[in-house]
Ligand binder design. Structure first.
Ligand code: 6PG
Length: 243
């Protein structure tokens, strides 16, 4: 079964993209909470989603954050207070406000050895989702690297070959760093994979994905879920218009 639906929505610019992403998340959260009492989201790192998290922090009156469960799609192997930490970024602009109960924020412990952190997080997902089968996130937020990577599934890294686990540790040669990442098996189990792509520097990568190139991001196709691309006009400049 392929992705229930692939949709690409073009926004004028990065602020408009962030607001639309926030509204999409609030709507999906309301549906998920009404349906099964919780909204489980895996956050992306990087600069694009940071604006979305800051937007969410201002929506305390509209969001039922008490029923949100926040996970991370990947993490750099650094302590949580390190400038490169994805957790630190989301915590600074949103989670520090305590709107989401602390016990419902599931950090990847980047301060550990990468393999140990990945193994621990796999266990944490099994506990949080109550199953050793694939954790089915309501939304997995994803960014797109200029080389077509997403989460920490980078070209030529070992995480791409992982077909059994839901969390993998990987060495990223280009960065000279270890990372911990959800694997494709976990990402494609999501009810919705939502890409946030802004900026002209992403135009080639986005064009490659939609042009059929086999880059890591191209493999994201939830087997029973939605695939939603939120892109700004600058990033979409490399896409041929249908009409
Ligand atoms: C990370 C992200 C990574 C990111 C892309 C795009 O930990 O860095 O998971 O995959 O989403 O590199 O990053 P920007 O949105 O900052 O361009």
């Amino acid at each position: 079964m392929g992705a229930r639906g692939t949709e690409i929505i073009q926004l004028a610019n990065a602020p408009a993209l962030a607001e639309r992403a926030g509204e999409e998340l609030l709507a999906r959260a309301a549906r998920a909470i009404a349906d099964h009492g919780a909204f489980r989201i895996a956050l992306s790192g990087g600069s694009t989603p940071r604006v979305v998290y800051a937007w969410l922090a201002e929506q305390a009156q509209r969001a039922d954050f008490a029923h949100w469960h926040v996970f991370f799609g990947d993490e750099r192997c650094v302590p949580p207070d390190h400038a490169d930490s994805n957790f630190r970024m989301a915590h600074q602009v949103w989670l520090a406000r305590g709107l989401v109960p602390a016990g419902q924020v599931h950090r990847i412990r980047g301060e550990l050895d990468a393999f140990k952190a990945a193994t621990e997080y796999e266990r944490e997902l099994a506990l949080a989702f109550g199953t050793r089968d694939a954790p089915r996130f309501d939304v997995v937020l994803l960014g797109l690297g200029t080389d077509g990577h997403t989460a920490s599934r980078c070209p030529d890294c070992s995480a791409l070959a992982e077909t059994r686990s839901f969390v993998a540790s990987t060495w990223v040669e280009k960065l000279g760093a270890h990372r911990v990442t959800l694997t494709l098996r976990a990402i494609n189990a999501a009810h919705c994979a939502m890409f946030l792509v802004a900026g002209s520097d992403k135009a080639d990568a986005l064009g490659a994905v939609f042009g059929g190139a086999d880059v890591p991001a191209s493999r994201v196709r939830p087997w029973d879920g939605e695939l939603l691309w939120l892109v700004d006009r600058a990033a979409a400049s490399g896409l041929l218009n249908d009409d």
